[in-house]
Structures are given as structure tokens and as C-alpha cells.
Ligand binder design. Structure first.
Ligand code: F6P
Length: 529
């Protein structure tokens, strides 16, 4: 049986058995903000995490704890910072955590995105190691821990932590509530130990992450790197048979779970009138009937946007017959614009596109159409559907969900995916044209191949990729993770410790909501089917 929302609902009911599901992610799935006329609107932020997890929360219910970053967010919540979402059809709770500008600067722009982000991606961008950022990161992790503990009050709960913003959170939670089951998904790569070990706070970060019962990454390679990093940095026992770390009576399993998308969203976002909208889009941007290659990204230096623009230029050098015959549409959603590196990248991309257009274009034709703004998912799916090919040229990427979204949008079994070998997605979508984004000539050749691939071959490749994404969809990802958490409950026995300075795990005692005598529970009370 395939994985669907309904099947995940059933698995969640059995596996959670009444325990509360609490997701913690920096980014919220819905943002409220003021429009120019003073009215409040809601929007979905750019980025794969929220798009992937929102359907899971809709299936499982529970609470999503996140930074309330929208300027109208406070207007929409109750006294506890809670609001029901999705705004147009509420079925789970969003708990907003408020941060000062200083906290956002030190924790999000600082330690998360100027230290951990470049540290984990091998793109030759030097991480900054600022003690003040580190202090704020710790402070904000404590703030989120307090919010999660409030949400988890009064009963068993599974806390599902997302990403590199919360490396310290798992241990903070376990110290206060050892009965909580804590699982963590790291959405970005985990680097080689020698890379990670340069971080002055490597031990503290790993200590925080080893508060998890389950630590998960997209691919086995990142799990291997993580285990190796722990082995070289911490005093602990590595169990390579079970792929787990034992330390201070706590066992942390390390597992790969390649994240995915909800294939049904494509049908929903395309609707009946995607074709009419695409005709308007072509007219608006003067694209005529020419084939389009599309790139859709946050403007981020890990995504290889300049590299693909250089490849467009190279294509026109190698095959001048393409002049006037196609367009490269690059959607760049502004991202982390407070940071110099991101602002500079945005300017560079703009300048590069202009110079390539100047060199190769004329009054009637420009090869590159740059759209530097946030687009609604409906428009992104229209672009996927109307294009001859989609280019994902990340220099390093945990998974990359644009590649999978493109595939789900192609119910016509047409379209070619050009995909960087340095993405997690390249492990699964082997029928894409796999490229090294640092190799401009190879990328240029791949664009030519994409634009000339016979329909039969496109069909053969696309069918295989669609089967892969349909089977390995977001519901399977969440279902498999929940099942693993269930297995953890089965195995929840005290860990033997010879070389540890803390005692082995004690039977877990939990206070009841009304303050009556504590009762003993397993990892998730009543979680067995
Ligand atoms: O890919 C890593 C990631 O943090 C995702 O989890 C998220 O969807 C994306 O980057 C967007 O980042 P931000 O929330 O900083 O805009």
C-alpha cells in the first residue's frame, strides 16, 4: 500500500497513542503581515521545510512551535502566542515565540546562518565564529525549550526538532523532561569531522544533539559524517552495529530519512487554469513560444545560481544556434537579506544576468529573465509545468525539494531535470541529467541535451522519477520516522555504561497534569499498536 495522508493519520494515531506531537522549527508555516492598506494578509514562506512539514502536521495534528517573525503575527494569536492554522482551514496549532531584534540577529542571522550554515555546506564560504552570536544562540534555544515544555505540560509527548537552529534544544528538553521522546531532523548536510571540528563550540553542539533519541539526516553519508564527528570529539561509546551513540545513559540512534514532497499539492496548485495563467506569463515577460529552462531558488550561495548563469553564457558560445531560441527563467526568492553575503550575491546575480544578456541578447531577445521576488506556490508550479527543463545546480544541498516538486508537477511525463550531483536528491532521481555545477562546460552541454531530448526519452526518464517521488513521498518520510520512534520505545532499556560519569537511565517518572502522584511510563505512553 502506498503512503497517503490517510495512512499517515492512522500510523500517527497508533504510534503516538495519545501522546502530543510538537514540531519545533525556526520558520513558521504561515506568516501574518500588514499590507500597504493596513489589512492583514497571511502567506507561506519560501523554503522546503515548511512546504514539506505542513501536510504532515495537517495529517497528524499537534503544535508547531516557531519564531513569530511576521509584523502582524502578534495581532492574530491568543494570550499564549497560539493561533490555529492553516488560516483558511484550521486543524493544528501554531505557537509563536517572540524574539527581540538583537536575538534574531545573534541567533538566526548570526550563529545559525553565518556559522552553522557555511560550516555544514562545502561551498568555500568561511564561517564566522563570534562568541556573542553563540551566547544568543544558547539564549534562544533556552527560550524555545521553555515554550516547548509549556506545550508538552501534562502528558507524554514526541518533540520533533527541525534543523540547525536548535542544536542545543534536545539536551535542554531531556534535562527537564527525560520522559519526552525527542527526535531531530537536520535539513542540511553534515560535513566531514575535520571541517566541523574547527568550530570552537563543537563539543557543546554535539552534546546538545546527543540529547535526542533519534538524530536523522537526509542521506547515509551525512549520518556517517556525524557519527565520525561524535567519535572523534566526544567521550562516548559508538555502536556501529545499531548505528547509535551511547553517552551518559542516553542512546541516540542516527538514521537517514530522505525528505520529500506531497505529490497531491501539484494538482492543487496547478488547478484547471494553469495553462491560461502560463499564456499570460509568457506575454508579460515577452517569452513568445520559445522553450524555457527554469531555476527556482532562494537567493543563497549554496544554490549555484551564478554557476548556472555562466553555463547559459557558455551554451551560447558552444551552440550559437540557440541565440534567440530559448529563455532561462530564474526565480530568486530574496532570503536572509540582512546578511552581506546574501545581499552581495543578489547584486552579483543581477549584474551577471545583465552582462550575459548584453553580450548575447538584442532588442527583441534576452536569454535570461531574472525574477527576484517571492512567488506564490501556484506560480511556481505553473513554471515547472510550462518549462522544457528545470535546473537545480546546488553546490551542496541536503536534499533540494525543488527537484522533487518539478517532477510532481509533470503529470504530462515531459520535461527534463538537470540536477547537481551534490544534492541529496541526486541519490534518488537518477534519471535526471546529473551534473557537476562547478563544471561550466558540462552544465552548458546538459542544457543543450535538455533542450533537444526526444519526447520518448523524456517520458521514460520522467515516469521513473515520478514513480520514485510518488512512492517516497512526504507521508512515507513522516510515517517511517514515527515508526522508528515507535521502535525506540520498544528498545527503551537502561543503557549499560562503563565509562560514563552519570548514572544509567532511571525508570521515567512523570507528574500528572493535576499534580497527583507521578506514574511510570515508557518513552511514549500507550504508543504501541
Ligand atoms: O534548507 C535548510 C533550510 O533551513 C530549510 O530547512 C528551510 O526551508 C530553508 O533553509 C529556508 O531557510 P530560512 O528559513 O532561513 O528562510
Amino acid at each position: 500500500m502506498g503512503w497517503s495522508k490517510e495512512r499517515l493519520e492512522q500510523v500517527a494515531q497508533t504510534r503516538l497513542g495519545g501522546a502530543k506531537l510538537i514540531v519545533v522549527a525556526n520558520r513558521q508555516p504561515y506568516i501574518h503581515r500588514y499590507q500597504k492598506n493596513g489589512e492583514i494578509e497571511w502567506m507561506r514562506p519560501a523554503g522546503g521545510l515548511t512546504t514539506a512539514l505542513d501536510p504532515v502536521m495537517q495529517a497528524c495534528g499537534g503544535t508547531w512551535v516557531a519564531h513569530g517573525s511576521g509584523d502582524a503575527d502578534r495581532q492574530m494569536v491568543d494570550e499564549f502566542g497560539r493561533v490555529r492554522v492553516p488560516p483558511d482551514d484550521p486543524n493544528y496549532t501554531l505557537r509563536r515565540v517572540w524574539l527581540t531584534k538583537e536575538q534574531e540577529k545573534g541567533y538566526y542571522y548570526g550563529f545559525a546562518n553565518s556559522t552553522l550554515w557555511p560550516l555544514c555546506h562545502q561551498v568555500y564560504c568561511r564561517p564566522s565564529f563570534d562568541p556573542a552570536h553563540w551566547e544568543t544562540y544558547r539564549e534562544v534555544n533556552e527560550l524555545f525549550a521553555a515554550a516547548v515544555l509549556e506545550e508538552a505540560r501534562g502528558g507524554p509527548a514526541l518533540v520533533f526538532v527541525q534543523d540547525y537552529h536548535f542544536a542545543l534544544l534536545p539536551q535542554l528538553l531531556k534535562q527537564q523532561r527525560p520522559d519526552l521522546v525527542v527526535a531531530h531532523f537536520w535539513h542540511i548536510p553534515w560535513p566531514h569531522p575535520e571541517t566541523f571540528q574547527v568550530c570552537p563550540w563543537a563539543k557543546e553542539i554535539l552534546n546538545g544533539m546527543l540529547g535526542n533519541d533519534l538524530m536523522s539526516f537526509h542521506i547515509q553519508h551525512h549520518c556517517n559524517n556525524f557519527l565520525e564527528t561524535v567519535d572523534r570529539t566526544m567521550e562516548c561509546r559508538i555502536d556501529r552495529e545499531r548505528f547509535a551513540v551511547q553517552r551518559n545513559g542516553q542512546t541516540t540512534k542516527v538514521r537517514p530519512y530522505p525528505i520529500s514532497v506531497d505529490p497531491d499539492l501539484a494538482t492543487e496548485y496547478l488547478g484547471d487554469e494553469w495553462l491560461a495563467r502560463s499564456i499570460r506569463f509568457r506575454k508579460q515577460h515577452r517569452l513568445g513560444q520559445k522553450p524555457i529552462l527554469v531555476g527556482i531558488d532562494r537567493v543563497d550561495y549554496t544554490k549555484g545560481i551564478p554557476e548556472r548563469l555562466h553555463a547559459v553564457d557558455r551554451l551560447l558560445d558552444l551552440y550559437p544556434e540557440w541565440k534567440g531560441q530559448f529563455h532561462f527563467v530564474q526565480v530568486g526568492a530574496p532570503s536572509r537579506t540582512e546578511l552581506d553575503t546574501y545581499r552581495e550575491l543578489s547584486n552579483n546575480v543581477q549584474n551577471l544576468a545583465e552582462s550575459i544578456n548584453l553580450k548575447n541578447g538584442d532588442d527583441h531577445w534576452k536569454p535570461i529573465v531574472l525574477l527576484n521576488e517571492h512567488h506564490r506556490p501556484e506560480d511556481l508550479f505553473m513554471l515547472y509545468r510550462m518549462s522544457a527543463g528545470c535546473v537545480v545546480s546546488s553546490l551542496h544541498d541536503g536534499m533540494n525539494l525543488v527537484a522533487k516538486e518539478f517532477v510532481t508537477a509533470r503529470e504530462d511525463d515531459q520535461g527534463v531535470l538537470v540536477l547537481s550531483e551534490f544534492t541529496g536528491a541526486a541519490r534518488e532521481l537518477t534519471d535526471a541529467i546529473i551534473v557537476n555545477p562547478f563544471n561550466v562546460d558540462q552544465m552548458a552541454e546538459s542544457f543543450h541535451t535538455a533542450l533537444t531530448m526526444p519526447a520518448d526519452e523524456q517520458r521514460r526518464r520522467m515516469r521513473k522519477m515520478r514513480a520514485q517521488v510518488n512512492d517516497h513521498n512526504i507521508y512515507r518520510w513522516a510515517g517511517m520516522l514515527l515508526s522508528e520512534v515507535g521502535r525506540l520505545a520498544d528498545e527503551a532499556e537502561p543503557v549499560e555504561s562503563e565509562d560514563m560519569d552519570l548514572p544509567s537511565r532511571m525508570p521515567i517518572q512523570v507528574s500528572t497534569a493535576n499534580g497527583s502522584a507521578p506514574h511510570q511510563i515508557g518513552l511514549l505512553s500507550g504508543m504501541r499498536s
